[in-house]
Design a protein around this ligand. Structure first.
Ligand code: 5GP
Length: 136
C-alpha cells in the first residue's frame, strides 16, 4: 500500500486530470517542469513487468492522449516519458507510474546516458535468452 493507493481511493487529494476504470492521471506534487503529469494504473503493482495485460493495455490506450493534453496545456513541443522500476532506478513510490515531463526551455528531465558498445557475441546471447524468456 503506497500513497498512490490512497490517492486512487480518494482518501488523499490530488489534482486529477483523467480517470477511467483502470487508470488515473494527476499532477506531480513536485514537478520537474510545469505540467508534469503522473499516469498511474489502479492495479496495485510495484513495477511495470508485474502489470496485467489489461492494465498495460489501458495505460497504452491513454498515454498518447494524455501527452497531447500536457503539450496543449503547457505549449511545450517536447517531452519525456519516464518510468522508474526499483529503488536502484530511482523509484520512490512503489506503485507503477509513468511520468509525462514536458521540456520547457531548460526545465525538464535531465538525462544521463552512458552509452557503451554492443558486441556481436553479446547481442546474439541476449537475443537468444530474451526470446527464450518470452516463449517460456
Ligand atoms: P518515482 O521516483 O517513484 O518515479 O516518482 C514518484 C513521484 O511521485 C515523484 O515525482 C513525486 O513528486 C511524486 N509524488 C510523491 N508523493 C506524491 C503525492 O502525494 N501526490 C502527488 N501528486 N505526487 C506525489
Amino acid at each position: 500500500m503506497t500513497i498512490f493507493s490512497k490517492i486512487i481511493a480518494g482518501d488523499i487529494p490530488c489534482h486529477r486530470v483523467y480517470e477511467d476504470a483502470h487508470v488515473i492521471a494527476f499532477l506531480d506534487i513536485g514537478p520537474v517542469s510545469r505540467g508534469h503529469l503522473l499516469v498511474v494504473p489502479k492495479e496495485v503493482k510495484a513495477q511495470l513487468h508485474e502489470l496485467s495485460d489489461e492494465s498495460a493495455a489501458a495505460i497504452g490506450r491513454v498515454l498518447p492522449r494524455l501527452a497531447r493534453a500536457v503539450l496543449a496545456a503547457t505549449g511545450a513541443t517536447a517531452y519525456n516519458i519516464l518510468q522508474n522500476n526499483g529503488a536502484l532506478a530511482h523509484q520512490a513510490v512503489m506503485h507503477v507510474h509513468f511520468h509525462i515531463i514536458p521540456r520547457i526551455g531548460s526545465a525538464g528531465l535531465g538525462v544521463g546516458w552512458n552509452s557503451g558498445t554492443l558486441s556481436a557475441s553479446d547481442a546474439s546471447e541476449l537475443v537468444t535468452n530474451m526470446q527464450a524468456a518470452l516463449h517460456a
